[in-house]
Design a protein around this ligand. Sequence first.
Ligand code: MEV
Length: 437
Amino acid sequence: MSKNIAGFSRKTKEEKIEWLITTYFGGNKDAKQTLVSYWNSDDKLQQLHDEFIENTVSNFYLPLGVAPNFIINEKEYTIPMVIEESSVIAAAAKAAKYWGARGGFRATVLGQEKIGQVHFMYTGAPEKLFSFFNSIEAQFHQDSASITKNMNARGGGISSLTLVDKTLELDNYYQIHVCFNTIDSMGANFINSCLEQFAKTLVREAAIHADLKGEEPIEIVMSILSNYVPNCLVRAEVRCTIDDLEPEEGLTKREFAEKFVRAVEIARIEPHRAVTHNKGIMNGIDAVVLATGNDFRAVEAGIHAYASRSGQYRSLSTATITEDEFCFALEIPLAVGTVGGLTNLHPLVKWSMQLLGNPKASELMELIAVAGLAQNFGALRSLVTSGIQKGHMKMHLLNILNQLNADATQKEAAVEHFKTTPVSFSAVTEFLKATNA
Ligand code: MEV
């Protein structure tokens, strides 16, 4: 039977599910029940989720957890995190406690510039295009005034429009490179609307401008924001004297600090390690980005591009020892919003924002960077001391117990037992067998 279907999006949710269950699950009622069991009992809330995207058939849960005890710029926070990996929240909370006892985290926004581009082709003389472009700059602002009015009133808007000649890299290719300040919104819709207007203005004015008479018409290829925002930047750091570091098993405080710095140095020069090192940072970043309803794909793409800005993929964090001071820092681009998008719609996003004290976008940038740094600290601290598996498997224990269908009593006994014994799938299986016997 063909699995092709026309007009799927126009079917009702019930019809879509019937089609899926018949076509892919042999009509199995349990397969339908799995979808239905994740529907919200509040119809209005379910409808809200149904309408976020097209062809919704159910909700896909991820746990929302919190990491308490963060001190950031002398303010206390409990950070909401949406993540499926068992050890992430525990690591964040542990790092928060560690650095809370040493003055907390410092974070600073270094810039909030967003970028968009109109990509177009032009075959005539470049100097004619540049003189034409300069002569119509005011027109770009005038034509986009209805779009920028509210943003301007909030103190944001368009900060610059530049014509860029890219013909050395691609024949006839130019772009209008536009910088924006979108204040507390991520600004994707605002930026894209402005860019599409600039494209229209460019084509309309070019057709009537004396300088471009007789030239081939400009061809707009596309108008779109860029998720690479190297000037929308935030820095988070922790520092303390070496003497203030916690003693680690088998290492002096200085040995620990030096080993830690070496681990970061390896991630700076070795791409295979850098990717995993940065993945650990993203464990913290993505979790807060998701909890606050922001676009984690945009954040991921932008941050990894930033990690490659030298021409090689490198560590996003740095660690130094200057005389007796240990400093660990993270600098990342982050285009996030605290208004617009899901932030005003998803009840758990609103809840998370409230938990954070309804921050401005700049404060949220700081919190997210700190979550990334905390995660990186936790991972490296384990890696250069006990190894990652000890803590990781401890946190994974409940997943293994659930996989083996352990009941509440067995879980309790296993958690107690594995406080002092290494966790592995086979060790847990053996433990359950022995306790059942
Ligand atoms: C696992 O999710 C993340 C780590 O691999 C990060 C790292 O190696 O630094 C532990």
